[in-house]
Design a protein around this ligand. Structure first.
Ligand SMILES: [Zn+2]
Length: 267
């Protein structure tokens, strides 16, 4: 979708190559897409707590990177939707590729020796990340970015399904919950793009707070944030089970899942 002409706000005319269905500067003069911005909190705060937990539990640094990578996407996405500036769009889209590469590394290296870094997959993923960044900086075609992100997600889905089919079938519920939540987010992302005119018309007829529920791009942030967070827990559970630690999922306030790992190994 080309940038639409909405109200003007603090950050001036949008320079991003994408502008989403939420009308610009409707809720706040300082935030271009209010709901698409604040919905990123779920992608920022829980992963930061996850990174702190992982660090305190002295688990492998790659999982701290995975949590921080997800938080970086949330911060980039916040800046992008708040400003609709091209530079901020890159701050959202490129970390999506980089953090997904970290997830791929974690999941494809989960049955290797502890604390050993393998440089071959890291080199491959670095070459992939750099190539995608260079091509995207030159070409500026959002579909290229979306396809490259889709390739990485496809690799994660294949590997996850392989692991729960052949190695740890008892992890199916966590795996399929994470995948379904992510997929639902993707469905809503598409609805938001394809049916934008009808959604905008519906919103006009609803009270503002109820109308906010129809901001499906914001739901995409919430669901992919949750799906990605669950994916990291899934990956962490595979790894710690393989290393014979004792992973335990606990629910903060009875709702939000966190992983606690006892460093003492089982026999
Ligand atoms: Zn977004």
């Amino acid at each position: 979708m080309a940038p639409s002409i909405d109200r003007q706000g603090y950050w001036g005319r949008p320079t991003s190559t994408l502008d989403w269905c939420e009308e610009n500067y409707v809720v706040s003069y300082y935030i271009a897409e209010f709901w698409n911005t604040v919905s990123n909190l779920i992608m920022i705060l829980p992963p930061i707590c996850g990174a702190i937990h992982t660090f305190k539990d002295r688990l492998e640094f790659r999982y701290v990177c995975a949590f921080l990578g997800l938080a970086a996407v949330g911060v980039g996405s916040w800046c992008f939707h708040m400003t609709l500036l091209y530079e901020m769009q890159l701050l959202d889209e490129l970390p999506m590729i980089y953090s997904c590469c970290v997830f791929v590394y974690c999941l494809y290296e989960c049955f290797k020796q502890e604390n050993v870094i393998h440089y071959f997959p890291i080199t491959l993923l670095l070459i992939f990340s750099i190539s995608v960044s260079v091509v995207y900086l030159l070409w500026k075609e959002p579909v290229f970015h979306q396809v490259m992100y889709g390739v990485l997600v496809g690799c994660l889905v294949m590997r996850s399904v392989f692991i729960v089919t052949w190695v740890y079938p008892w992890l199916r519920p966590l795996c399929y919950t994470s995948l379904s939540v992510f997929l639902l987010g993707f469905v809503l992302w598409n609805i938001d793009n394809l049916l934008c005119d009808s959604l905008r018309a519906t919103r006009q007829r609803l009270p503002p707070v109820v109308g906010a529920v129809t901001q499906f791009h914001a739901w995409w942030h919430i669901l992919t944030g949750l799906g990605s967070y669950l994916h990291i827990l899934f990956s962490l559970q595979i790894r710690s089970t393989y290393l014979k630690h004792r992973p335990k999922v606990k629910f903060v306030c009875g709702v939000w899942p966190v992983m606690h790992i006892e460093s003492q190994k089982t026999s």
